[in-house]
Design a protein around this ligand. Sequence first.
Ligand code: TH1
Length: 823
Amino acid sequence: MQHDEAEITFAASETAQPAEGNGAEVFQQAILAKLTYNVGTNPAHATDHDWFTATALAVRDRVMDRWMVSKGFNQAGHKHICYFSLEFLIGQLLSDTLNNLRLTDCVREALAGLGVDLDRIRAIEPDAALGNGGLGRLAACFMESMASLELPAYGYGIRYEHGLFRQGLRDGWQQELPEDWLVRGNPWEFERSDLVYQVPFGGSIEKMSTSGGPTGFVWRPAETVQAAAFDTPVVGWRGRHVNTLRLWSARAAEPLRLDAFNSGDHVGALADRTKAEAISRVLYPGDETEAGRELRLRQEFFFTSASLQDLLARHTRLHGDLNTLPDHAAIQMNDTHPALAVAELMRLLIDEHALAWDEAWSITTRTLNYTNHTLMPEALERWPVSLMERLLPRHLQIIYHINWLHLEPLIRRSADVELIKAVSVIDESQGRYVRMGHLAFIGAHKVNGVSALHTGLMRQTVFRDLNALYPDRIVNKTNGITFRRWLHQANPQLTHLLTRELGEAVLDDPGALIKLERLADDSAFQDCFRNQRHASKVNLAKIVAERTGVQIDPGALFDVHIKRIHEYKRQILNILEVIALYDAIRSEPERNWVPRVKIFAGKAAASYHRAKLIIKLANDVARIINSDPAASGRLKVVFLPNYNVSLAEVIIPAADLSEQISTAGMEASGTGNMKLALNGALTIGTLDGANIEIRECVGADNIFIFGMTAEEVETYRKAQMHRDRSRWSPRFERAINLMTSGIFSPDDPHRFDTLAHALSSDDAFMVAADFDSYWATQRRVDELWQQPSAWSRASVLNTSRVGWFSSDRTIREYADEIWKVPV
Ligand code: TH1
């Protein structure tokens, strides 16, 4: 949405301006002023961290006027988006902000004049790791795209004091270390001390009026927690628009019990505060399976309630009538974590704002939308009715009524009991649970999946019956990534080459990448392309050496598997192929093997023992192979610890091969696959998630597809073939035997028996079934690598043909079809 200055109510000129101009000298003065007056030091004593803070503050000043203007615009009656997400995996902000403001060179020069290196100080910034993986990173990409498209938007989430744990490796085992990104202060955020909401919990409900129905009750909560707002500006491309990410921090509502404190009960006086504040203490390190229990539910309600209260307060202030809410706001629920919004918005409208049920339901269902990110049964959120009753009694009552109104027409027409059970919000098959996916579905205007395959599977499986009742509700919105971070900023070498060949316009329009196609066969261009990639590989090799002590050759094929460690993502398939390859190299040392470096990175949920054992396996295999002269110059294996956004930014530009090898039907979309293809890596992958759409874009000749399709996986499973060991190929059998032989774990030969046992008794992720096809496809990769020009051609075509995966495209689709806002 383009907006001109004239319609802006809060004009920039009314606000204080920072020093005029953006020249390096002006910046130098600004940074020095911040160093003195905000950080409280001087150049002679400043540490790198002091310089980082001073620079960030000086850069932040350049955002403020635009932020104020954008806020005025956002509140001038335009419909705005509220993106509700328990996770925002942001990473560092300095480079992003500088890049979007086009100030990188200017600030580099300013700092150089002060004897400070920009690259050194930007490395100091801690990652804002307020997310586990793809879901949280998607939220961060969407925030950036919405700002870049000048779409009025707020992100709402939790200001965790501790983000995702830092991963250490001790003797190859994952260690979870606390993460404390806030200890040295956060220069980007603003605490809004006047913006505090009360979030109630527990207690009981009382009937107030004699009229029947769900209204006329009051909730008498036992406890209240305060939600305090912290705002971070989200700067769009070229700084044209700045949105707000509003994160809530939990505080005790009760004042400190001074009487108890003074009478010596120091711990007791603080106990309630500690409990309340625990809500925003840590991010749950649960990627899909590992949900915490009561605290997790408290987190979900806490941020959902505070965000809705904030939204209603804003709407009431600006527009008065709550019936017009859907005309001015669209809420996107990122997975079911904010699904309590369905019940909480109803509660606020009927209990606090005295609306009638039907009126409130119409507002609710026209405002809310829901994105589903997984169909894995263990990841579908359900809360025990008993817990909900204790923590949120009024919400449970509202949910029951929603469910009644939803089921009643079916009961009236004597629908099949099985159908009623299947679509009920309450799951009564074993104990009683609230199905959050069902609640979100029923309360939403639109429900979307995140890739074509995933959306199709939503319609056929988990939401089949709900889809039949509400046939137009499910839509597809294939994920995307922001090119500003994942190309321009992470890969300046490639970006430089692209702007040289295609002009600056390619920075504004990802569609312009397609013009690169004509250079795919141009050998001079291929040389430039390879040189640029080589520089990124040298850079990664240096980091690998620093962090793992392993020397890798930048001339080798860099084969990269980076993502959360999970059985369905099948890191073990890759490791078993490594073992088989090592075995083959040892038996035929004289063969002309393609030199490869296998690079793994990723975290396992702390309580996911099998995933942690897979990390240990990768490290054990790496240790043996890397020290074997027979493998030298042919095969190296590295596990880079503490995978995060910043590390991804270094690995991705250096990757030749992108491993996207999940069991078909299990990875809803993937987004790392897009980042790697954009940066010129070829994909080896299954027909899963967005891999399918990547193949459509890059062409089947420029991607390595292997393995069973989602449909074949289903058939295979139904026939129980995944339990049949006699189907194992000799090569697979041999790899398993080597894994359990103790050659990789001489200190504990049986260490990996449980992994082998799992694969032989119930190979739920179809590792054995896909192994041979994977092996054969890896050998096709070897062949192509031996033809450098053909490889480079495919690589260039990948970069040029994946413009469609820009999150700008995804956001335009949401705006068009779900939010109904102009872009
Ligand atoms: C991921 C999906 O696994 C991935 O395929 C997808 O690209 C990404 O979301 C973005 O759409 C998910 N992450 C989580 C995290 C939690 C629960 C469910 C999912 S699905 C905590």
